[in-house]
Design a binder for this molecule. Structure first.
Ligand code: HEC
Ligand code: HEC
Length: 343
């Protein structure tokens, strides 16, 4: 398993190269080189050193993930909004909390979440571990504001006491153990091999000609891969692509003085994307065709919009080629065993 530290060091490398490249005297062509097919090759899950993988931790995390005991009225589990059958989202434009009132944003998928360095549409969570008690204690979400209530509910169930002992060597139930176990389980939610991956591995017939043309656009002229980069199709960063029109300014809330981060949201993975409509943080686009139409228009023009998003002038054929490519990112759904909950 690769450690997060070396993974971060790797992530810094292209930035360093770019600096030198930018400084080169003959750098008159500022368009970046198209992303290569190999740059999307799958790699092993980056479990961090401080929370390395163990099967017992992942098993405990799976129990907790599917258990409605984690919500105030014991009616809602993580899996209600991150539903394996709906590509680990919920198919809704905005998530519905315990009280059936819509939240401000859509439930993001958890597929390939191990590769996402900062979490939440606006990046307010610094790690997967740090997300855990956000949804649990959120009044509009799972509505269990006192974490101690959860610890005592779990401590009263012998099956949980022994699962914590198996995972951590002692049976005390703490907030940080809950975070660590849930994060370990979620890091195992990796997209299965898609036709695109088989093509990356060298099987030339795994995707058709339209999808290959679509990939060339994605990696070149349409500039998609400048943000949807690497095996999980995300740079882990935040950009205004010209979506939100309402008063949700995304990452701009956290950095109010930054013009660039107004309306900036996290670049989502594109793994299994065709199964996950509606799209964007606000669920505002119903289909992949509508997404491509947005990029073709260049979104809303405003000072915060990323310089990588400009009107593309795509032909109808190019638009359908891009969609054909996106559809090759669907692998078979992850097979999930919904656990028998300890009671
Ligand atoms: C009511 C629906 C709902 C429930 C229940 C829920 N989530 Fe979420 N989840 C969301 C929404 C909406 C977001 C986006 C929040 C934001 O960006 O502010 C989110 C974001 C996340 C993220 C960040 C993903 C990313 O790519 O940024 C993780 C991880 C996550 N949830 C895990 C969990 C876990 C673990 C549980 C159970 C303890 C849970 N969620 C329960 C709706 C839900
Ligand atoms: C400047 C960086 C950037 C570029 C360039 C870019 N994207 Fe995105 N993409 C994003 C961000 C950020 C979002 C989320 C925006 C939001 O939620 O409002 C997104 C969302 C998406 C979504 C919706 C996924 C989901 O789960 O909601 C799709 C599909 C997508 N992009 C495909 C593409 C394609 C195809 C291209 C090229 C035509 C492209 N992107 C170019 C950053 C980028």
């Amino acid at each position: 398993m690769r450690s997060v530290t070396s993974w971060k060091a790797l992530a810094l490398l292209p930035a360093t190269l770019l600096l030198f490249w930018g400084a080169a005297p003959e750098a008159d062509n500022l368009l970046p080189k198209p992303a290569t097919r190999d740059s999307f090759k799958r790699e092993s899950i980056p479990f961090p050193d401080e929370n390395s993988y163990s099967a017992a931790k992942a098993d405990l995390g799976r129990l907790l993930f599917f258990d409605p005991l984690l919500s105030g009225s014991q009616s809602r589990s993580c899996s209600n909004c991150h539903n394996p059958g709906l590509s680990w989202g919920d198919g809704l434009p905005r998530a519905l909390g315990e009280k059936q009132v819509p939240l401000a944003v859509r439930s993001p998928t958890l597929i390939d979440v191990a590769w996402v360095p900062r979490l939440g549409w606006d990046g307010k969570f610094e790690s997967l571990e740090a997300v855990t008690f956000g949804p649990i204690t959120g009044k509009g979400n799972m509505n269990l504001p006192e974490p101690e209530v959860l610890m005592s509910r779990l401590s009263a169930i012998p099956g949980y006491v022994s699962a914590f002992k198996a995972a951590f060597g002692d049976s005390s139930i703490t907030r940080s153990k809950i975070e660590v176990a849930l994060a370990t389980y979620q890091r195992t939610l990796v997209a299965t091999e898609a036709p695109f991956d088989r093509w990356v591995k060298g099987n030339e017939t795994a995707i058709d000609a339209a999808a290959k043309r679509g990939f060339a656009l994605f990696a070149g002229k349409a500039r998609c891969a400048e943000c949807h980069s690497g095996p999980a199709f995300t740079d882990g960063s935040f950009h205004d692509i010209g979506t939100a029109k309402d008063d949700d300014i995304g990452r701009g809330r956290i950095f109010p003085s930054s013009v660039k981060l107004r309306y900036a949201f996290k670049t989502p993975t594109l793994r299994d994307v065709a199964r996950r409509a509606p799209y964007m943080h606000d669920g505002s686009l119903p289909t992949l065709e509508a997404v491509i139409a947005l990029y073709d228009r260049g979104g809303i023009e405003r000072p915060s919009r990323s310089p990588k998003v400009t009107p593309l002038g795509l032909t109808d054929k190019e638009k359908s080629d891009l969609v054909a490519f996106l559809r090759t990112l669907d692998g078979a759904p992850l097979s999930v065993t919904v656990p028998v909950l300890p009671r």
